[in-house]
Write a new protein. Structure first.
Lengths: 301, 280
């Protein structure tokens, strides 16, 4: 310690270095490797890509950068269609989550204080329960001889089962169901902080509740809305499990395409290129999320 | 407006909770179904639980998942607590914006990207320095620690942001070294947040399918991997039984933790009242 201190390293630096180095090595460096492999060529070996840098002789280094993987992504309509479809699916799911989540968060924040913690716990509880099993629960509900179809047929409303499983409908239900808690929690945090006297003042001045909601409540809970939407949208774009289990075979979601490219086709360079493009698509939402997160947590400026 | 809720909000809230809980309740009900057809009721039975406990593959996977989750939670809590402390207490330093970014990005990063990038790192490291040799428990634990420490960081950082620094400053003024201040003052106060972070990290690891699938090796099938391969073949009653056990464990654990926190809070309130009374 004293030796290090003499060289200008304080205890603070050492403490900071531990998580810093971990994240640099296991979070930042991996992206650089993905970037590298996305511009290399596929080969039939393990690992299945050509090295970028080769020693042609002791003095000459050969560098082979290959943008074919990216060109491939833009030529084959499968890829850009999946990207567009993922963004659309994630966007619509986010909107549905917001429409369901906002009244829920609002209701919890306006409950009696004794109830609030219990209700919050009830929102959190599914989040602590296996994600996979919660998606699985919907298979039993939506399949052809599942709960909904059995019920409707027993009541005589329908004669033949409605196909719901492996459709876009099932996929939306799965995404909204799984990500709803992520929407409610940040919304609750910002609604709870809202000063009720502002609404009272508006009401005293003759403002209708609906107008007061859109003019006062919504703008003042903007940080919660942004954080909630980003927490749903960003992971939903890359979602794999829900499209794989609930979506149809033609549910083109980019996370699923990446998975199949990697595990089924063993094409690591193309899978890497897909990951890099996905990251480019998501970099702006991630930055918006981080700004809103910084405002919510606070801490030292 | 008063503290009451508009009727529309109450109705939406009820519908929302029904939406969240009905699927889980149905899954529990059908775990006691005699029939193999899961969703067609064939009478009450607990036979699927018996079948589950005789399934060596599931039991082995559950044990492996438990070990990884416990190691991950401990490692992630240590790293995340340090990161939370650094971000909440160390003020400005060079590289702070990068650390903030790195610490919160894993929260939202799609799992397929994190999983793929970590696998490629492990492959590259093995080629370069020969470690980690092959993939299995070690690589899974490192991968899980990397994304779950972000959650611990957020929990600890937001707890520290609401904590008055004057206690820590007082201890410093009295000559305590920073390490001593942390272990004697800061840590005991934020211990509930640290415990919550540990539980969160444990659950995230216990639950993870996508990242694990990328960084796992032969012979290291965690519980989610086993469940996923079974679920892909369709619904099966023993999965319902397994789900019921897991849901009950979480419910009991959460209720216990909530109860403990409430009691701690009451005790603290009582102490404050006594202190005030003693001073008067």
């Amino acid at each position: 310690m004293t030796l290090l201190r003499k060289r200008g390293y304080s205890g603070r630096t050492l403490v900071t270095a531990v998580p810093y180095l971990w994240l640099l090595l296991f979070f930042l460096v991996p992206f650089l490797i993905v970037l590298k492999i996305s511009v290399s060529e596929i080969r039939l070996a393990m690992p299945p890509y050509e090295p970028l840098v080769t020693w042609i002789s002791t003095q000459v280094v050969g560098l082979r950068i290959n943008f074919e993987n990216y060109a491939f992504l833009f030529e084959d309509s499968l890829y850009w269609k999946s990207f567009l479809n993922s963004i659309r699916t994630a966007g619509i799911s986010t909107l549905i989550c917001l429409l369901i989540g906002y009244p829920m968060a609002y209701g919890i924040a306006r409950s009696k204080p004794a109830w609030r913690n219990l209700l919050l716990l009830l929102v959190m509880l599914p989040f602590w329960t296996s994600f996979l099993l919660r998606v699985y629960a919907w298979i039993g509900i939506l399949k052809n001889n599942g709960v909904i179809n059995n019920l409707l047929m027993a009541l005589g409303i329908i004669d033949e089962p409605i196909v719901m499983l492996q459709t876009n409908f099932a996929m939306y239900i799965g995404i909204v169901y799984s990500y709803l808690p992520f929407m409610v929690l940040p919304l609750y945090t910002s609604i709870e902080k809202l000063d009720l006297s502002l609404l009272e003042a508006a009401a005293d001045l003759g403002c209708r509740p609906v107008k007061a909601f859109f003019r006062i409540t919504v703008p003042l809970t903007k940080s919660g809305i942004i954080a909630g939407c980003m927490l749903v949208f960003i992971p939903a774009v890359g979602e794999f499990v829900i499209p794989a289990l609930l979506g149809g075979p033609d549910a083109l979601m980019i996370g699923r395409v990446l998975w199949e490219e990697f595990f089924n086709n063993r094409d690591w360079p193309v899978a890497s290129a897909v990951a890099i493009v996905m990251l480019f698509v998501l970099v702006i939402p991630i930055m918006i999320y981080q700004r809103s997160q910084g405002q919510q947590i606070g801490g030292h400026p | 407006m008063n503290a009451g809720r508009p009727r529309f909000v109450t109705a939406m809230m009820g519908a929302g909770f029904l939406f969240l809980y009905l699927p889980i309740l149905l899954m529990i009900v059908f775990s006691f179904n005699e029939s193999r057809l899961v969703t067609v009721w064939g009478g009450f039975s607990t036979k699927w639980y018996g079948e589950l406990f005789r399934n060596e593959q599931v039991l082995g996977a559950a044990w492996l998942s438990f070990k990884i989750a416990a190691m991950n939670a401990t490692g992630a809590t240590i790293l995340g607590t340090i990161a939370g402390l650094v971000l909440a207490r160390f003020g400005h330093f060079r590289g702070r914006p990068l650390l903030t970014g790195l610490a919160t990005a894993p929260l939202v990063m799609p799992e397929v990207i994190t999983g793929l990038s970590l696998l490629l790192l492990f492959v590259a490291m093995e080629q370069l320095i020969g470690w980690p040799a092959g993939r299995g428990i070690t690589t899974i634990t490192i991968a899980h620690m990397t994304f779950s420490m972000a959650y611990v960081t957020v929990v600890v950082q937001s707890r520290l942001a609401t904590l008055d620094e004057s206690l820590e400053e007082a201890a410093m003024d009295l000559g305590a070294r920073p390490a001593k201040v942390f272990f004697l003052i800061t840590m005991p106060i934020i211990l509930p947040a640290i415990a919550a972070g540990w539980l969160l990290a444990f659950t995230l690891s216990w639950d993870d399918l996508v990242i694990t699938s990328f960084v796992t090796g032969p012979g290291s099938s965690t519980l989610p991997i086993v469940i996923f391969s079974k679920v892909r073949l369709g619904v099966s009653p023993d999965i319902n039984a397994l789900a019921t056990i897991l849901v009950l464990m979480v419910a009991i654990g959460t209720a216990g933790f909530g109860f403990y926190m409430q009691r701690q809070q009451k005790r603290r309130d009582l102490d404050v009242q006594r202190a005030i009374a003693a001073n008067e």
